[in-house]
Design a protein around this ligand. Structure first.
Ligand code: DGL
Length: 261
């Protein structure tokens, strides 16, 4: 079991920002990254669809043979984490927007959260804010179209710039001093977000804490180690359509295969 890879999945290539942190922390592990590109973006899809799709992917990954699963997608976590945990018997790491650390960091008392519509409307997110940040002003800014534009048009494209202008300006105006990147695609445009905020604004993503959590879970399940640092990347879309973006975002050539859960 120890020698099996760890599965990481997202609606697309956003989860590569999480994968980077996982590989930095656990370089000896093997990873299988799955981008569900055929259904990108998840952010505007109904919760019931995401729940069914998430369980289907998780069960297919178990059949494929993996030792743990990282849901590297805030939207899939919000909709499907509980159903996935109930469906499979493997360590599962889910992620959520970094509201808790933001509470400890804000001085202005105003926190901005950038995420998909589905994440922000979820019960899970409402609970997170209610439990940890009810005494602060939390500006939940939905960013429809942003994840897809980052992936399809590219992080430096005019389309992304125009979307960011619209989504980030209200947070700056309202005095937010911490911005939670509540979608795993957004770290690809962290610099562009920072440029639209006053100097000194803190941007939070969840790659690093997720990597620590995975390490803890593997340790307590006696599953840590046993790999050789291998990485396979798969998509439910056309590999030819995503390969250029994978290479650009990852910074080196990675082969991409087709996989149907
Ligand atoms: N990367 C995803 C997230 O963390 C979802 C983006 C999308 O497919 O809408 O929420």
């Amino acid at each position: 079991m120890k020698s099996k890879p760890i599965a990481v999945f997202d609606s697309g290539l956003g989860g590569l920002t999480v994968l980077r942190a996982l590989r930095d922390r656990l370089p000896q592990e093997d990873f299988f990254y799955f981008a569900d590109t055929r259904f990108l973006p998840y952010g505007d899809r109904p919760e019931v669809f995401l729940k069914e799709r998430g369980v289907l992917i998780a069960e297919a990954l178990v059949r494929r043979g993996v030792k743990a699963l990282v849901i590297a997608c805030n939207t899939a976590t919000a909709a499907a984490a509980e159903a996935i945990r109930a469906a499979i018997d493997l360590p599962v790491v889910a992620l959520e927007p970094g509201v808790k650390p933001a509470v400890g960091l804000t001085r202005s008392g105003v926190i901005g959260v950038l995420a998909t519509t589905r994440t922000l409307h979820s019960e899970r997110f409402q609970r997170l804010v209610g439990n940890h940040a009810h005494h602060l002003q939390v500006l939940a800014q939905a960013c429809p179209g942003l994840a897809e534009a980052i992936e399809v048009q590219g992080p430096d494209s005019p389309v992304v710039a125009a979307l960011l202008d619209g989504f980030v300006a209200p947070l700056a105006t309202a005095g937010a001093d911490v911005i939670v990147l509540g979608c795993t695609h957004y770290p690809w445009v962290a610099d562009a977000i920072a440029r639209r905020m006053p100097p000194g604004t803190t941007l939070l993503d969840t790659g690093e804490p997720v990597a620590r959590q995975l390490e803890r879970l593997l340790t307590t399940s006696d599953l840590l180690g046993g790999g050789e640092g291998r990485l396979r990347v798969a998509t439910s879309g056309a590999p030819a359509a995503v390969i250029a973006t994978v290479n650009r975002l990852w910074g080196e050539h990675l082969p991409v295969e087709y996989w149907e859960p």
